[in-house]
Design a protein around this ligand. Structure first.
Ligand code: PBG
Length: 328
């Protein structure tokens, strides 16, 4: 490779047209999955104070946002429910209610905008009174009992019309169990996006506020979510999920884990997504609201970095404003 002065790396940077020509990755509206907090509370929109710019919304507002997503060209939304604490119990039975908040929301969105992709979490944490993603015996989250419940929950969501089910629980074997149960019920076209490498992260704080699990959560999730120190283990998690039938795999959180995204994409060559989680969004918004960083610039930069790392798409609370910026 020639070096200075034969080669001058600043030469292509000098003008906008040549910067455009040498750009290696770019963000499009098709990369965006809009994460939405749904609520069964009595307010139509209820701001989440630790997640500036994000509201918990009811089904009517959800339908409006779904129409907005279609207008903006966003391919899919991902929904997360805030459930009335009175409906929660130790095993998360409400996750199996075919008339629950999420199945009703799926039906409402499908009726209004049938072509918008709907992604829903398969997880027990919004429904358990202890806030964990599984069934507990003493202090232990019992893997196989939880997997059976998740596989049943996936059927309720598929039957309501979900396009993609996204197990976010990190139990062993859940992707295979969900795939088999979906197929057995005739839902062979329902996709699985697995939260394949999901870390036990402090960045989920505002999300737990949003869905109302933070005060209830007993202990932490380190016995099922991954240790932030590990990287090889993430590849094993992802490989298992692919083998069990995942169509798409996700790394979560996002920005602090770009190295994991890069390894997953380059070593497994599978559709790879990142979740820019609540804490990442809150940090950017807090600094922007203080005038310490430029909101638009930092958000666009963060999303472009996901693309550079190898993401095929990004789940983000910023999706609608980013789609608007991209359309400008
Ligand atoms: C739980 C779940 C979590 C998120 C999505 N699904 C958090 C957790 O594991 O406690 C986090 C989303 C975010 O922080 O934006 N099944």
């Amino acid at each position: 490779m020639p070096s200075y002065p034969t080669s001058r790396l600043r030469r292509p940077r000098l003008k906008a047209f040549s910067r455009d020509l040498v750009r290696e990755s770019s963000l499009s509206v098709h990369d965006l999955i809009w994460t939405i907090i749904l609520s069964d509370g009595d307010k139509a929109r209820d701001p989440v104070s630790s997640l500036p710019g994000v509201d918990r919304i009811n089904i009517d507002e959800l339908v409006k946002d779904a129409k907005r997503a279609v207008k903006l060209g966003i391919p899919a939304i991902a929904m997360f429910p805030h459930i009335n604490p009175a409906l929660k119990d130790a095993v998360g039975s409400e996750a199996l209610n075919p008339k629950g908040l999420v199945p009703e929301a799926i039906r409402a969105v499908k009726k209004a905008v049938p072509d918008l992709g709907i992604i829903v979490d398969v997880a027990l944490d919004p429904y358990t009174d202890h806030g964990h993603d599984g069934v507990m015996q003493g202090d232990e989250i019992i893997n196989d009992i939880t997997v059976d419940a998740l596989a049943d929950g996936a059927i309720i969501l598929a039957e309501a019309g979900a396009d993609i089910v996204a197990p976010s629980d990190m139990m062993d074997g859940r992707v295979g169990a969900i795939r088999q149960n979906l197929d057995r019920h005739g839902h062979h076209n329902v996709l699985i996006m697995s939260y394949a490498a999901k870390y036990a992260s402090g960045f989920y704080g505002p999300y737990r506020d949003a869905i109302g699990t933070s005060s209830a959560l007993r202990g932490d999730k380190r016995t099922y979510q991954m240790d932030p120190s590990n990287s090889d283990e993430a590849l094993r998690e992802v490989a298992f999920d692919i083998e069990e039938g995942a169509d798409m795999v996700m790394v979560k959180p996002g920005l602090p884990y770009l190295d994991i995204i890069q390894r997953v994409k380059s070593e497994l060559s599978y559709p790879t997504y990142a979740f820019q989680v609540s804490g990442e969004c809150a940090m950017i918004m807090a600094a922007a609201q203080n005038g310490w960083i430029d909101e638009k610039r930092v958000i666009m930069e963060s999303l472009t970095c996901f693309k550079r790392a190898g993401c095929d798409g990004i789940l983000t609370y910023f999706a609608p404003k980013v789609a608007e910026w991209l359309a400008e």
